[in-house]
Design a protein around this ligand. Structure first.
Ligand code: UDP
Length: 251
């Protein structure tokens, strides 16, 4: 059964960041909620500097980003790049967009069921409990952690095909979640699929987001480095992105 919701909005304006698309909208939640409500299959990519640099070395990831229906400017680096190209835009953090989708799905109740996949054992299940306390009307159809056997993976795919959830949030980290969604989205063609990184950890209460003032000053990455120092190697992508962006702008 189709959920109720506003009419489908126009295709979003597209901008290119180091060869990858990013879509520019004033209200991502509304645009996506409209597609969610009407069962228009969508893959949402949360683009940041790290992912942009990964995609340079990973052609399949780059192709998936180019083919997805919505690429949001999740990272501060993307926003700074857009600003240097004369586009003043606000960040759209993936976790906030996913929260907006859950709130909209809750309004539509059983006609917009949700599935959580990813995170360490027990984490997404705890996130489900916390969401159900906040949004009792939210119809969570299933939850599976991100460290399952091959057999359980087959079972998960069978469940998705059988139950046809409308919103599928996948927290396996980049690029695993993007590759997994691209491979499996045919199982639920009417669903909105979104890779959400470590959002289950935050919703479960195991990790916290950076204070707003750090986010406002484009320094959320510094807080992540403080919380997870092992990320330093991955974060070398940030200066790499900055140098490439500046070189391109100068050219
Ligand atoms: N994860 C998972 N299965 C794996 C590897 C990772 O479920 O095989 C989960 C991990 O538990 C964490 C998330 O993926 O919850 C990765 O979070 P991170 O913040 O590192 O995501 P990224 O920065 O890559 O978006």
């Amino acid at each position: 059964m189709l959920c109720k919701g506003p009419a489908v909005l126009e295709a979003p304006e597209q901008f290119t960041v180091l060869g990858l698309p990013v879509h520019l909208l004033n209200d991502y939640g509304n645009w996506l909620g409209s597609r969610l409500s009407q069962g228009i299959g969508t893959h949402v990519i949360t683009l940041n500097a790290e992912m942009t640099i990964q995609a340079e070395r990973h052609e399949t990831l780059a192709q998936i980003i180019r083919q997805s229906e919505l690429v949001i400017p999740d990272g501060a680096g993307i926003i700074l790049y857009l600003r240097l190209r004369g586009q003043r835009r606000r960040r759209c953090p993936g976790i906030e967009l996913a929260e907006s989708l859950l709130q909209q799905a809750a309004q539509w109740g059983a006609s917009c069921p949700v599935f959580f996949y990813g995170g360490a054992p027990g984490v997404a299940a705890q996130a489900v409990k916390n969401w159900q306390e906040q949004l009792p009307q939210l119809a969570i159809q299933g939850v599976t952690d991100g460290y399952i056997s091959e057999e359980a993976q087959q079972e998960l795919q069978h469940t998705l095909q059988k139950k046809q959830p409308r919103l599928i949030l996948v927290g396996l980290g980049v690029p695993r979640q993007e590759l997994w969604i691209a491979q499996h989205r045919h199982l639920c063609p009417q669903a909105t699929w979104m890779g959400i990184g470590g959002s289950f950890d935050i919703w479960a209460g195991n990790k916290s987001r950076a204070p707003a003032w750090l986010g406002d000053n484009h320094l959320e990455w510094l807080y992540r480095l403080y919380q997870e120092p092992w990320r330093w190697r991955r974060m070398m992508a940030l200066p790499h992105f900055a140098l490439k962006a500046l070189a391109q702008l100068r050219a």
